[in-house]
Ligand binder design. Structure first.
Ligand code: HEC
Length: 102
């Protein structure tokens, strides 16, 4: 994945990184018990394995926080490695807890 091209300039990158960090920290509130509705890509395993789901959220929160710190530092190496970790944490949860997408 290429961070450059996606975001233009460091200031914007920091904002974007913060947006991601805020987004994933909201995840824990998005799927309360009983919110499993028909029209959703959320798999029932979310409510069957709440601990694993919480662990996947923690991982994404940690990865995005690291990404914020890397973006603020402006260190290109740190930015790309943190960005890869963020992507992996998103995918890690989607692979298990979301209906596979085409
Ligand atoms: C802890 C689990 C988890 C993590 C971590 C996670 N997601 Fe998701 N994501 C989901 C689930 C579950 C859905 C399906 C929600 C639904 O359909 O109700 C989803 C849906 C989405 C969608 C589709 C939204 C829509 O309107 O259909 C996007 C885009 C997305 N995630 C992006 C991300 C990105 C980017 C990250 C990482 C920064 C991320 N997700 C991290 C669980 C997660």
């Amino acid at each position: 994945m290429h961070v450059r091209g996606l975001v233009d300039g460091q200031e914007f990158l920091v904002k974007h990184a913060n947006g991601l960090a805020n987004g994933v920290s909201e995840l824990q509130h998005l799927f309360p018990a009983g919110s499993n509705v028909e029209d959703s890509d959320a798999l029932p395993v979310i409510w069957e394995k709440p601990e694993e789901f919480a662990a996947a959220i923690d991982k994404a929160v940690a990865a995005t926080q690291k990404f914020v710190a890397a973006a603020e530092s402006g260190d290109k190496e740190a930015i790309s490695s943190a960005f890869r970790e963020v992507g992996g944490s998103c995918r890690g949860c989607h692979d298990t807890f979301r209906v596979p997408q085409d």
